[in-house]
Design a protein around this ligand. Sequence first.
Ligand code: FE2
Length: 283
Amino acid sequence: MTSVRLIEKIVNGAQTMDGDGVKLTRIMGTPELNMLDPFLLLDFFGTDEPLDYIGGFPPHPHRGFETVTYMLAGKMRHKDSAGNEGVIEAGGIQWMTAGKGIIHSEMPEQSQGLLAGFQLWVNLPASHKMTTPRYQETADQDISTDVLSNGGRLKVIAGKTSQGTAGVINNPHINPTYWDVTLVNDDKIAESIDSDHNVFIYVISGSIAVAGSTTPLTAGQLAVLSSGDTINIANKENTGNSRFILVGGKPLGEPVARGGPFVMNTREQVEQAFQDYKSGNFI
Ligand code: FE2
Protein backbone atom coordinates (compact mmCIF):
# COMPACT_ATOMS: atom_id res chain seq x y z
CA MET A 1 0.00 0.00 0.00
CA THR A 2 1.36 3.42 -0.85
CA SER A 3 1.52 6.17 1.71
CA VAL A 4 1.84 9.71 0.44
CA ARG A 5 4.20 12.13 2.15
CA LEU A 6 2.35 15.16 3.49
CA ILE A 7 3.58 18.52 4.76
CA GLU A 8 4.64 18.09 8.36
CA LYS A 9 6.12 21.51 9.02
CA ILE A 10 6.68 24.78 7.11
CA VAL A 11 9.54 27.15 7.89
CA ASN A 12 10.34 30.54 6.37
CA GLY A 13 14.00 30.99 7.27
CA ALA A 14 15.73 34.03 8.69
CA GLN A 15 17.88 36.74 7.13
CA THR A 16 21.45 36.59 8.34
CA MET A 17 25.04 37.27 7.35
CA ASP A 18 27.97 34.92 7.12
CA GLY A 19 31.47 34.90 5.70
CA ASP A 20 32.67 38.44 4.99
CA GLY A 21 29.29 40.17 5.07
CA VAL A 22 27.42 37.87 2.67
CA LYS A 23 23.68 38.37 3.07
CA LEU A 24 21.77 35.10 3.03
CA THR A 25 18.64 33.35 4.24
CA ARG A 26 19.29 30.56 6.73
CA ILE A 27 16.45 28.11 6.35
CA MET A 28 17.77 25.20 8.38
CA GLY A 29 20.18 25.41 11.28
CA THR A 30 17.95 27.92 13.07
CA PRO A 31 15.85 27.77 16.26
CA GLU A 32 12.83 27.19 13.99
CA LEU A 33 14.39 24.13 12.33
CA ASN A 34 17.62 23.11 13.98
CA MET A 35 18.26 20.13 11.71
CA LEU A 36 16.54 17.36 9.79
CA ASP A 37 18.81 14.36 10.25
CA PRO A 38 21.15 13.91 8.30
CA PHE A 39 20.87 17.57 7.15
CA LEU A 40 22.37 20.19 9.46
CA LEU A 41 21.98 23.52 7.70
CA LEU A 42 20.53 25.07 4.55
CA ASP A 43 21.43 28.56 3.33
CA PHE A 44 20.02 30.32 0.29
CA PHE A 45 21.85 33.28 -1.19
CA GLY A 46 20.23 35.19 -4.01
CA THR A 47 20.87 38.83 -4.85
CA ASP A 48 21.74 41.12 -7.75
CA GLU A 49 23.41 43.60 -5.40
CA PRO A 50 27.19 42.93 -5.46
CA LEU A 51 27.70 44.52 -2.02
CA ASP A 52 25.57 41.69 -0.61
CA TYR A 53 28.05 39.02 -1.69
CA ILE A 54 31.35 40.49 -2.86
CA GLY A 55 33.16 39.72 0.43
CA GLY A 56 32.52 36.01 -0.12
CA PHE A 57 33.65 33.40 2.35
CA PRO A 58 37.40 33.88 3.03
CA PRO A 59 39.44 30.88 4.31
CA HIS A 60 37.65 28.92 7.05
CA PRO A 61 37.79 25.33 8.32
CA HIS A 62 35.31 22.45 8.36
CA ARG A 63 35.45 19.03 10.01
CA GLY A 64 33.07 16.11 10.45
CA PHE A 65 30.50 16.68 7.70
CA GLU A 66 29.96 17.59 4.04
CA THR A 67 29.19 20.95 2.41
CA VAL A 68 27.06 20.84 -0.72
CA THR A 69 27.02 23.94 -2.93
CA TYR A 70 24.50 24.22 -5.76
CA MET A 71 24.71 27.35 -7.88
CA LEU A 72 21.61 28.76 -9.57
CA ALA A 73 23.27 31.88 -10.99
CA GLY A 74 26.73 33.42 -11.04
CA LYS A 75 30.02 31.72 -10.24
CA MET A 76 31.82 30.73 -7.05
CA ARG A 77 35.54 30.03 -6.92
CA HIS A 78 36.69 27.57 -4.27
CA LYS A 79 40.23 26.99 -3.13
CA ASP A 80 41.51 24.84 -0.29
CA SER A 81 44.53 24.14 1.85
CA ALA A 82 45.21 20.89 -0.01
CA GLY A 83 45.75 22.76 -3.28
CA ASN A 84 42.37 22.07 -4.89
CA GLU A 85 40.84 24.96 -6.82
CA GLY A 86 37.96 25.39 -9.23
CA VAL A 87 34.89 27.40 -10.18
CA ILE A 88 31.31 26.23 -9.64
CA GLU A 89 29.16 27.77 -12.38
CA ALA A 90 25.38 28.17 -12.60
CA GLY A 91 23.66 24.79 -12.49
CA GLY A 92 26.76 23.06 -11.15
CA ILE A 93 27.05 21.09 -7.92
CA GLN A 94 29.96 20.65 -5.54
CA TRP A 95 29.65 17.95 -2.89
CA MET A 96 32.64 18.41 -0.60
CA THR A 97 33.43 15.86 2.09
CA ALA A 98 35.36 17.85 4.70
CA GLY A 99 36.01 14.71 6.75
CA LYS A 100 38.99 15.10 9.11
CA GLY A 101 39.48 18.69 8.04
CA ILE A 102 39.81 21.19 5.29
CA ILE A 103 40.40 24.96 5.17
CA HIS A 104 38.79 26.52 2.13
CA SER A 105 37.56 29.78 0.68
CA GLU A 106 34.43 30.29 -1.38
CA MET A 107 34.56 33.54 -3.31
CA PRO A 108 32.22 35.02 -5.95
CA GLU A 109 34.04 35.02 -9.26
CA GLN A 110 32.19 38.05 -10.60
CA SER A 111 31.87 41.56 -9.22
CA GLN A 112 28.55 42.40 -10.91
CA GLY A 113 25.26 40.71 -11.62
CA LEU A 114 23.22 38.00 -10.00
CA LEU A 115 24.61 35.48 -7.56
CA ALA A 116 22.28 32.76 -6.33
CA GLY A 117 22.56 29.30 -4.87
CA PHE A 118 22.27 26.98 -1.92
CA GLN A 119 24.64 25.58 0.62
CA LEU A 120 23.52 22.44 2.42
CA TRP A 121 25.42 20.75 5.24
CA VAL A 122 25.18 16.96 5.32
CA ASN A 123 26.32 15.07 8.39
CA LEU A 124 28.82 12.22 8.26
CA PRO A 125 28.44 9.09 10.40
CA ALA A 126 30.84 8.72 13.36
CA SER A 127 32.75 6.07 11.41
CA HIS A 128 33.58 8.58 8.63
CA LYS A 129 33.89 11.94 10.40
CA MET A 130 37.68 11.72 10.16
CA THR A 131 37.80 10.39 6.61
CA THR A 132 40.10 11.87 3.97
CA PRO A 133 38.60 15.02 2.36
CA ARG A 134 37.03 14.47 -1.05
CA TYR A 135 35.28 16.46 -3.81
CA GLN A 136 32.50 15.45 -6.16
CA GLU A 137 31.93 18.27 -8.63
CA THR A 138 29.73 18.21 -11.72
CA ALA A 139 28.79 20.93 -14.20
CA ASP A 140 25.21 21.61 -15.24
CA GLN A 141 25.52 19.99 -18.67
CA ASP A 142 26.68 16.71 -17.14
CA ILE A 143 23.65 16.32 -14.85
CA SER A 144 20.68 14.37 -16.29
CA THR A 145 17.11 15.64 -16.34
CA ASP A 146 13.70 14.09 -16.92
CA VAL A 147 11.39 16.14 -19.12
CA LEU A 148 7.86 16.40 -17.74
CA SER A 149 4.66 16.26 -19.80
CA ASN A 150 4.11 20.04 -20.01
CA GLY A 151 7.76 20.87 -20.61
CA GLY A 152 8.92 21.08 -17.01
CA ARG A 153 12.19 19.49 -15.88
CA LEU A 154 13.31 17.28 -13.06
CA LYS A 155 17.08 17.60 -12.75
CA VAL A 156 18.65 14.71 -10.86
CA ILE A 157 21.71 15.84 -8.94
CA ALA A 158 21.43 12.85 -6.60
CA GLY A 159 19.06 9.91 -6.32
CA LYS A 160 16.98 8.17 -8.95
CA THR A 161 13.61 8.92 -10.55
CA SER A 162 10.76 6.65 -11.65
CA GLN A 163 12.07 7.01 -15.21
CA GLY A 164 15.35 5.50 -14.08
CA THR A 165 17.37 8.71 -14.37
CA ALA A 166 20.22 8.67 -11.87
CA GLY A 167 22.18 11.46 -10.21
CA VAL A 168 25.92 12.09 -10.15
CA ILE A 169 26.58 12.00 -6.41
CA ASN A 170 27.89 8.89 -4.69
CA ASN A 171 27.19 8.79 -0.95
CA PRO A 172 26.56 5.36 0.60
CA HIS A 173 26.01 6.81 4.11
CA ILE A 174 22.75 8.61 3.43
CA ASN A 175 21.97 7.59 -0.17
CA PRO A 176 20.82 11.15 -0.92
CA THR A 177 18.17 12.57 -3.22
CA TYR A 178 18.73 16.12 -4.55
CA TRP A 179 16.40 17.26 -7.31
CA ASP A 180 15.91 20.68 -8.92
CA VAL A 181 12.35 20.65 -10.30
CA THR A 182 10.69 23.14 -12.62
CA LEU A 183 6.94 22.72 -13.17
CA VAL A 184 5.13 24.30 -16.12
CA ASN A 185 1.33 24.64 -16.46
CA ASP A 186 -0.24 21.34 -15.31
CA ASP A 187 3.02 19.54 -14.64
CA LYS A 188 3.12 17.30 -11.59
CA ILE A 189 5.46 14.70 -10.22
CA ALA A 190 4.66 11.39 -8.53
CA GLU A 191 7.87 9.82 -7.33
CA SER A 192 9.10 7.31 -4.75
CA ILE A 193 11.79 7.86 -2.16
CA ASP A 194 12.79 5.29 0.47
CA SER A 195 10.25 5.53 3.27
CA ASP A 196 12.92 5.68 5.98
CA HIS A 197 14.49 8.82 4.47
CA ASN A 198 13.86 12.35 5.75
CA VAL A 199 12.75 14.68 2.94
CA PHE A 200 12.29 18.44 2.59
CA ILE A 201 11.40 20.76 -0.25
CA TYR A 202 12.27 24.43 -0.68
CA VAL A 203 10.41 26.61 -3.18
CA ILE A 204 12.68 28.87 -5.26
CA SER A 205 9.91 30.54 -7.30
CA GLY A 206 6.18 30.32 -7.94
CA SER A 207 3.99 28.11 -5.79
CA ILE A 208 3.25 24.41 -5.61
CA ALA A 209 0.58 22.11 -4.25
CA VAL A 210 1.80 19.25 -2.08
CA ALA A 211 -0.58 16.30 -1.77
CA GLY A 212 -2.95 16.58 1.18
CA SER A 213 -2.50 20.32 1.67
CA THR A 214 -5.01 22.92 0.56
CA THR A 215 -2.58 25.80 1.14
CA PRO A 216 0.04 26.30 -1.57
CA LEU A 217 3.69 26.31 -0.66
CA THR A 218 5.23 29.51 -1.95
CA ALA A 219 8.67 30.90 -2.85
CA GLY A 220 10.96 31.11 0.15
CA GLN A 221 9.20 28.39 2.15
CA LEU A 222 10.69 25.08 3.20
CA ALA A 223 8.41 22.15 3.96
CA VAL A 224 9.51 19.12 5.94
CA LEU A 225 7.56 16.16 4.59
CA SER A 226 6.05 13.42 6.72
CA SER A 227 7.13 9.80 6.34
CA GLY A 228 5.70 7.84 3.45
CA ASP A 229 6.92 6.25 0.25
CA THR A 230 5.38 8.50 -2.43
CA ILE A 231 5.72 12.19 -3.24
CA ASN A 232 2.96 13.98 -5.15
CA ILE A 233 3.60 17.61 -6.06
CA ALA A 234 1.82 19.73 -8.67
CA ASN A 235 2.26 23.22 -10.05
CA LYS A 236 -0.28 25.53 -8.45
CA GLU A 237 -2.75 26.63 -11.10
CA ASN A 238 -2.75 30.22 -12.33
CA THR A 239 0.59 31.10 -10.84
CA GLY A 240 2.87 30.47 -13.81
CA ASN A 241 5.89 28.25 -13.52
CA SER A 242 7.29 27.06 -10.25
CA ARG A 243 10.70 25.81 -9.21
CA PHE A 244 11.81 23.97 -6.10
CA ILE A 245 14.51 21.68 -4.75
CA LEU A 246 13.63 18.38 -3.13
CA VAL A 247 16.27 16.88 -0.85
CA GLY A 248 16.19 13.60 1.07
CA GLY A 249 18.49 11.21 2.87
CA LYS A 250 18.72 8.39 5.36
CA PRO A 251 18.93 9.70 8.93
CA LEU A 252 22.10 8.77 10.82
CA GLY A 253 20.47 8.66 14.26
CA GLU A 254 23.68 9.67 16.07
CA PRO A 255 24.38 12.37 18.66
CA VAL A 256 25.28 15.75 17.11
CA ALA A 257 27.72 18.19 18.74
CA ARG A 258 28.08 21.47 16.84
CA GLY A 259 30.71 24.12 17.24
CA GLY A 260 30.71 26.69 14.43
CA PRO A 261 32.35 25.04 11.41
CA PHE A 262 32.82 21.69 13.17
CA VAL A 263 30.12 19.04 13.61
CA MET A 264 31.10 16.01 15.66
CA ASN A 265 29.41 13.50 17.99
CA THR A 266 30.69 14.84 21.32
CA ARG A 267 31.66 18.20 22.83
CA GLU A 268 35.19 16.87 23.45
CA GLN A 269 35.61 16.11 19.74
CA VAL A 270 34.52 19.67 18.86
CA GLU A 271 37.02 21.10 21.35
CA GLN A 272 39.70 18.88 19.83
CA ALA A 273 38.83 20.28 16.37
CA PHE A 274 39.25 23.88 17.65
CA GLN A 275 42.55 22.91 19.27
CA ASP A 276 43.84 21.19 16.13
CA TYR A 277 42.86 24.22 14.03
CA LYS A 278 44.46 26.75 16.39
CA SER A 279 47.68 24.77 16.65
CA GLY A 280 48.02 24.60 12.86
CA ASN A 281 47.73 20.83 13.11
CA PHE A 282 44.42 20.63 11.34
CA ILE A 283 44.89 18.68 8.15
FE1 FE2 B 1 32.79 26.50 3.81
